[in-house]
Design a binder for this molecule. Structure first.
Ligand code: AMP
Length: 210
């Protein structure tokens, strides 16, 4: 099986699909957003700096993100889903040369309309570690405000507020085009229509893995 690179705007379903693939196919999931949030929760000086950048919807520096990524992947042992990385062409090139090296991969682009995404994100609720994801409209928890699996309180991420979301979308749209071209030229890009139901999107992804 190949490593997977999930490309898609915030809220396009990358985290949800990753969770299913981890459970069914044994992938490891590495999300740079989750790694950054883990750093923030340590309340370190670095964490505070990261929070400042994230709360404005901007991108954290490439140097910092690649360091976090390298410290958290072991490609000799596992197959990975890269989620939220790369976000720009420089990161795509670094991922190829400094992380993946000669490991095989497939990039999957989750295509969704921007307004759909704003609706999805403002209704997203997660556990503090980001591992369990709900949507108040399409996938609500059984008990309001509580995770079905762990029972802990669900929160809305600070960067899931509408104003920040629109800024994140803009940042995403400005930088992702060259990333898609990069993988397309290598012949390793697949596209899915991520507006479909979770199960339909999953079936499409499985076809690419066959
Ligand atoms: P996400 O959880 O992927 O939506 O990421 C949340 C925020 O973390 C982004 O808005 C950025 O501020 C930061 N972030 C996540 N991944 C990256 C990355 N690859 N490069 C730079 N910043 C990132």
């Amino acid at each position: 099986m190949k490593n997977l690179i999930f490309i898609g705007a915030p809220g396009s379903g990358k985290g949800t699909q990753s969770k299913k693939l981890m459970e069914d196919k044994g992938f490891k999931h590495v999300s740079t957003g989750d790694l950054l949030r883990a750093e923030i929760s340590k309340k370190s000086k670095l964490g505070l700096e990261i929070k400042g950048v994230m709360d404005e919807g901007k991108l954290v520096s490439d140097e910092l993100v690649i360091k976090l990524l390298q410290a958290n992947v072991d490609l000799k042992k596992y197959k990975y889903i890269f989620d939220g990385y790369p976000r720009n062409i420089a990161q795509a090139k670094t991922l190829d040369s400094a992380v993946l090296d000669k490991s095989e991969y497939l990039a999957i682009y989750f295509k969704v309309d921007t307004e759909k995404l704003v609706e999805r994100l403002t209704n997203r609720r997660v556990t503090a570690d980001g591992k369990h994801i709900y949507n108040l409209l399409t996938n609500p928890p059984k008990v309001a405000g509580k995770c079905d699996v762990t029972g802990e309180a669900l929160i809305q991420r600070d960067d899931d507020k509408e104003e920040v979301i629109r800024k994140r979308m803009k940042v995403y749209e400005e930088s992702i085009g060259p990333v898609l071209d990069f993988y397309s030229k290598k012949g390793s890009l697949k596209q899915i229509s991520a507006e479909k139901s979770v199960d339909k999107v999953y079936t499409e992804i499985l076809k690419f893995l066959a």
